[in-house]
Design a binder for this molecule. Structure first.
Ligand SMILES: CC(C)(COP(=O)(O)OP(=O)(O)OC[C@H]1O[C@@H](n2cnc3c(N)ncnc32)[C@H](O)[C@@H]1OP(=O)(O)O)[C@@H](O)C(=O)NCCC(=O)NCCSC(=O)CCC(=O)O
Ligand SMILES: O=C(O)CCC(=O)CC(=O)O
Length: 467
């Protein structure tokens, strides 16, 4: 028996109108099953429910199915990138498409559960946020959890490195992420690979997705250049001015944040400003975790040759350090939710004085960009927020109460901005450091939340030595 299909067109030919289709792939353009997506677009099935982390952007990405009017519902962890237009947001706002937002780790777990014969499970993620609304809450050992249901799908479109006629799939680099769990959650898993090999070529211990979970294998026919990094962010050396005076640049306060990271720690750097921290930990024994499934990586150096299968959750190309490990999203979120990370650094829209965090949705969005943030926070590691003190309209991002939907309540431990370093003590933050050239009074004027002020406020130095 062979599971090999002659072409991507043949492999998706029977997908009917109204089917649910999970499409694995990461970020803007990493490791999407591009040939299968194009084949499904040409095949024309309509009224589809797409399940994905995000719909990517540009040529060949799942967003094309939306553009082509084939989609009536989407289940995503990322529907918008900050400050950029998003087709799925437009369609959701007009009511053409129904949008359900799910944190990345829970999305993976819901598909995995479907594949594992588990109808539902309890999760600490989303408690205290709008996403928990209407869900059953239950306490275990005095802590609240929400009931999440398995998410079975009709088809999964996934991508691997090599496969054989039995359907065994091998993955490369940090490109495994959603593929195995999406395949397991599907009635029919269709895998596109770069190479089809003889049965027996893939050593059993290198099989990342066993053939029993795979219905169809097809050779990729479309290759696509992978965009580097996130889209549309301001340059690292830019800085804001307050009272006509320059604050620290984005790179400088990221460097200050890097000095807070414990030597020998395990650390996750979120998208946006925290990614700038990576360049300041290069000589140190800090193990970086990326939620697409890498532990012990570093950003690719200037003269490094990018390998499309090796990237971090923000889309930057990476190299693995000796002793590093690569795995799928299920393992990656075990790392996140287990509490084994020493610190998590995230960017933010707003932080409230009691430590509430809002960093996934702004007014005018139907969804937003959750990604891995909610799952990372659920592990209760030290949470450091790296953000500018004010937004581009001049409004303070350190607020009394968050006006935007919460990512998690009372979770922020430290805030590092272009003007100050603040540490939470109960329901207030203590101002411990201020940027050169600014006074405590000026910082207070630029801060909406009530602050406590340390007795010995220090000047914030980008080159502060790690503790
Ligand atoms: C919250 C953001 C958007 C912050 O991004 P940045 O750090 O780039 O911040 P920024 O440059 O200051 O802001 C980017 C844009 O966001 C908007 N913006 C920022 N603050 C705002 C506010 N208070 N009100 C309204 N809009 C605001 C503006 O359009 C702004 O662009 P202008 O100022 O130019 O107008 C980010 O952290 C994010 O995407 N979070 C989503 C959840 C998350 O953290 N997921 C990642 C999990 S972890 C992960 O990704 C791992 C990555 C890895 O391992 O490498
Ligand atoms: O940019 C995207 O499409 C998604 C990025 C993402 O999910 C980052 C994360 O892992 O949180």
């Amino acid at each position: 028996m062979t599971k090999i299909f002659a072409s991507p067109e043949a492999a998706v030919a029977d997908i009917p109108n109204g089917a649910s289709v999970a499409i694995a792939g990461f970020g803007v353009g990493h490791s999407y099953p591009n040939s299968l997506v194009i084949a499904l677009k040409d095949q024309g099935a309509r009224d589809l429910c797409l399940v994905a982390n995000s719909l990517g952007a540009g040529e060949y990405r799942p967003e094309l199915l939306l553009e082509n009017g084939q989609v009536s519902k989407v289940v995503l962890s990322f529907s918008a990138r900050p400050g950029l237009p998003s087709l799925v947001e437009q369609r959701a706002a007009s009511g053409d498409v129904q949008l359900e937002m799910v944190p990345q780790g829970i999305l993976v777990e819901r598909l995995r559960a479907a594949g594992a014969g588990l109808p539902a499970f309890y999760s600490p993620v989303t408690v205290g946020t709008p996403l928990a609304k209407g869900k059953e809450l239950r306490e275990f050992d005095g802590k609240a959890y929400v009931l999440e249901h398995a998410l079975p799908v009709d088809y999964a479109l996934v991508r691997g490195y090599r496969a054989d006629a039995s359907g065994n799939v091998e993955f490369r680099g940090s490109s495994m992420h959603f593929h195995p769990s999406f395949a397991k959650g599907a009635r029919v898993a269709i895998v596109e690979v770069e190479e089809i090999v003889e049965v027996g070529t893939i050593p059993p211990e290198r099989v990342g997705l066993p053939g029993i979970f795979v219905a169809r294998v097809v050779l990729a026919t479309k290759k696509v250049a992978i965009p580097k990094g996130a889209l549309g962010r301001r340059a690292p050396d830019t800085r804001r001015e307050y009272f006509g005076k320059p604050a620290l640049s984005r790179l400088e306060f990221a460097q200050r944040a890097a000095a807070l990271l414990p030597e020998h720690g395990y650390v996750n750097l979120g998208s946006g400003l925290p990614t700038l921290v990576a360049s300041h930990v290069s000589g140190r024994s800090i193990t970086l975790h990326a939620e697409n499934g890498a532990l012990g990586y570093e950003l690719l150096g200037e003269d490094g040759v990018p390998d499309p299968d090796f990237f971090d959750a923000a889309g930057g190309f990476i190299d693995m350090r000796p002793g590093g490990a690569l795995f799928d999203s299920v393992v990656s979120f075990e790392v996140a939710r287990s509490g084994k990370l020493s610190a998590v650094l995230l960017g933010a829209y707003q932080v409230a004085q009691n430590g509430d965090l809002a960093n996934w949705s702004v007014p005018g969005q139907v969804g937003g960009g959750i990604g891995g943030a909610m799952d990372l926070i659920a592990g209760a590691s030290k949470l450091i927020i790296v953000m500018e003190h004010s937004d581009s309209k001049g409004r303070s991002k350190l607020v009394r109460e968050c006006q935007y939907p919460l990512t998690a309540p009372q979770c922020v431990d430290v805030i590092v901005t272009d003007l100050a370093l603040l540490v939470r003590r109960g329901n207030r933050f203590v101002l411990e450091e201020i940027a050169p050239g600014f006074s405590v009074e000026e910082i207070q004027q630029l801060t909406d939340m009530e602050l406590l002020v340390a007795d010995d406020v220090r000047i914030m130095r980008p080159d502060t030595k790690p503790v």
